[in-house]
Design a protein around this ligand. Structure first.
Ligand code: DC
Length: 223
C-alpha cells in the first residue's frame, strides 16, 4: 500500500461512521481522525467557559487553542481536555446538538482545518465526519458516504444509550436526529453532502460487519 493513503467516511449522525472508522483503521493499520470529536470538544469547552453560541470570535479562538490530547492505550483512544478525560462527556446528546450549531460557523471550521489535515502527516489515515471527502481531504484515495434512515439511526442510538443505563425517549431521539441532519445539510459552510467521487453505502438494513466487508472490497479492488 502506498505511503500516507487516506480513506474518508462521511455521513449523517448515527450512521455507524465512528465504529466503522475504528474497525477500518485497525484492518488497514491506519491512524484515525474522528473530526466530530473536535467539534464536540469546541462545544463542551466553550460551554464550560460560558461562551455564548452567538460569540463567534470567542468560539473560533476556543477552536484554535483547544487544549486537547488524544491518549492511545490498549483500551482505545482517550480524549483529554485540559488533562481531564472527556471521552464520555463529549458523547452527550446536548453536546452533540451544540456541536452541530458551533460547526455551522465558518470561522470555527477554518480554525479546525489545519489541525485536521495534520492527522494525515504521520501516516495512513481513516477520517470520519461530514466534510472529510469534500473539504478537508478532497484528494483522498477512497471516499465513502454512509447513510441510514433517521429511524434506523435513532434506534441504534437508543440501544447504545439504554446499554449505558440512560433513560431516553425514542421519538425525541428521532426528532433530534432530524434537526441535526437539517442543520448539518443546510449550512452554507461545508454542508454535509457526498463528494462527487464518493461510494454511497446505505446501512439501514446492513450490519457493521457487512458494511466493513464491502468497504474493504472496494479498497482492495481499487488498489
Ligand atoms: O459525528 P458527530 O456526531 O460526533 O459530530 C458532531 C457534530 O459536529 C455534527 O452534528 C456536525 C459536526 N461535524 C461537522 O460539521 N463536520 C465534521 N467533519 C464532523 C462533525
Amino acid at each position: 500500500m502506498k505511503q500516507s493513503f487516506i480513506v474518508t467516511i462521511d455521513g449523517p449522525s448515527g450512521a455507524g461512521k465512528g465504529t466503522l472508522s475504528q474497525l477500518l483503521a485497525q484492518e488497514l493499520g491506519a491512524n484515525l481522525l474522528d473530526s466530530g470529536a473536535l467539534y464536540r470538544l469546541v462545544a463542551l469547552h466553550s460551554f464550560q467557559q460560558g461562551i455564548a453560541i452567538t460569540d463567534v470570535a470567542s468560539l473560533s479562538e476556543c477552536a484554535r487553542s483547544l487544549p486537547v490530547q488524544f491518549r492511545h492505550s490498549e483500551a482505545g483512544i482517550s480524549i483529554l481536555l485540559n488533562d481531564e478525560d472527556v471521552s464520555l462527556a463529549i458523547r452527550d446528546e446536548a453536546v452533540g446538538m451544540r456541536a452541530s450549531k458551533v460547526a455551522a460557523l465558518p470561522e470555527v471550521r477554518q480554525a479546525l482545518l489545519l489541525r485536521q489535515r495534520q492527522f494525515a502527516e504521520s501516516g495512513p489515515l481513516v477520517a470520519d465526519g461530514r466534510d472529510m471527502g469534500t473539504t478537508i481531504f478532497p484528494e483522498a484515495d477512497w471516499k465513502f458516504f454512509l447513510t441510514a434512515s433517521a429511524e434506523a439511526r435513532a434506534h441504534r442510538r437508543f440501544k447504545q444509550l439504554q446499554d449505558r443505563g440512560e433513560e431516553v425517549d425514542i421519538n425525541r431521539l428521532i426528532a433530534d436526529i432530524k434537526i441535526r441532519d437539517d442543520q448539518d445539510q443546510n449550512r452554507a459552510s461545508s454542508p454535509l453532502r457526498p463528494a462527487k467521487d464518493a461510494i454511497l453505502i446505505d446501512s439501514t438494513s446492513l450490519g457493521i460487519e457487512e458494511v466493513l466487508a464491502s468497504m474493504l472490497d472496494y479498497i482492495q479492488q481499487k488498489q
